[in-house]
Design a protein around this ligand. Structure first.
Ligand code: URA
Length: 236
């Protein structure tokens, strides 16, 4: 949560009073005076002291193994990723960090921390997204080179260099792992289409330092303390 919002909400200050606390050096995070009003904090990984008083946040961070057939949207006629949550875990302020297509499976973070969501999906933050895919043709080392150079979409857009690994390949089907740092619409599918190949199954297995592990399809859990600490660098 942003520090300025946290102070206003919990200490019930006016905007002016909150700003004064910053100006007077009364706002400390992890023992250091901070002046950045929009600093993103979570009391599970930051010590937040305002004028000597410790403050606590209440944001939620879930790791979902998104099943196929549900849409990444807050509202839809079809089932959404939020329908995967138990009623007691649902909050209206939860958002999905990035978007997975309806037929894509795998790692999706859901959080009430809007600032973290924004910072994780910013292309300039260069957060690695790792996908495993089944392709309807033989993926070759030539494809690895083309992906490394930056795929050009049929419409003209150029992708940043991506790391393509071949896990297995036959003339009819290949299993690959692909690491990208952007999140263009249908990006992985379009990258393979640009090489004349089709993605027939797609699963996201990692985002930044967070990995899907053995969470079963459709299941979700809260991020652990260690996982939140791994995300600390992304709290601007
Ligand atoms: N790329 C795609 O083509 N689809 C997704 O769901 C995610 C990345």
């Amino acid at each position: 949560m942003r520090l300025d919002k946290l102070i206003e909400k919990q200490l019930k200050t006016s905007r002016k009073q909150m700003k004064r606390l910053f100006l007077m050096g009364k706002v400390q995070v992890d023992g250091q005076v901070v002046y950045q009003e929009n600093k993103n904090v979570d009391s599970r990984i930051h010590q937040i002291d305002i004028n000597g008083q410790r403050l606590f946040t209440n944001d939620k961070y879930y790791l979902l193994n998104k099943p196929q057939g549900v849409v990444t949207a807050n509202k839809d006629n079809l089932s959404t990723v939020f329908d995967c949550l138990h009623t007691e875990d649902y909050r209206q302020d939860l958002v999905a960090v990035g978007r997975l297509d309806r037929d894509t499976e795998g790692l999706l973070l859901l959080t009430s921390n809007g600032q973290l969501n924004y910072d994780l999906i910013q292309p300039k933050k260069k957060v690695d997204k790792v996908y495993e895919a089944i392709i309807n043709a033989e993926v070759t080392t030539k494809d690895m080179t083309i992906f490394a150079q930056g795929i050009k979409f049929i419409g003209g857009a150029t992708c940043q260099p991506a790391k393509l690994e071949i896990l297995s390949a036959t003339p009819y089907e290949s299993h690959v792992r692909l690491t990208i740092r952007e999140g263009k619409f249908h990006q992985v599918k379009k990258m393979f289409l640009a090489t004349g190949k089709k993605v027939i199954y797609l699963k996201r297995v990692a985002m930044g330092p967070i990995t899907l592990g053995d969470l079963s399809v459709g299941a979700y859990r809260e991020l652990t303390q260690d996982e939140l600490l791994l995300l600390k660098d992304y709290f601007r």
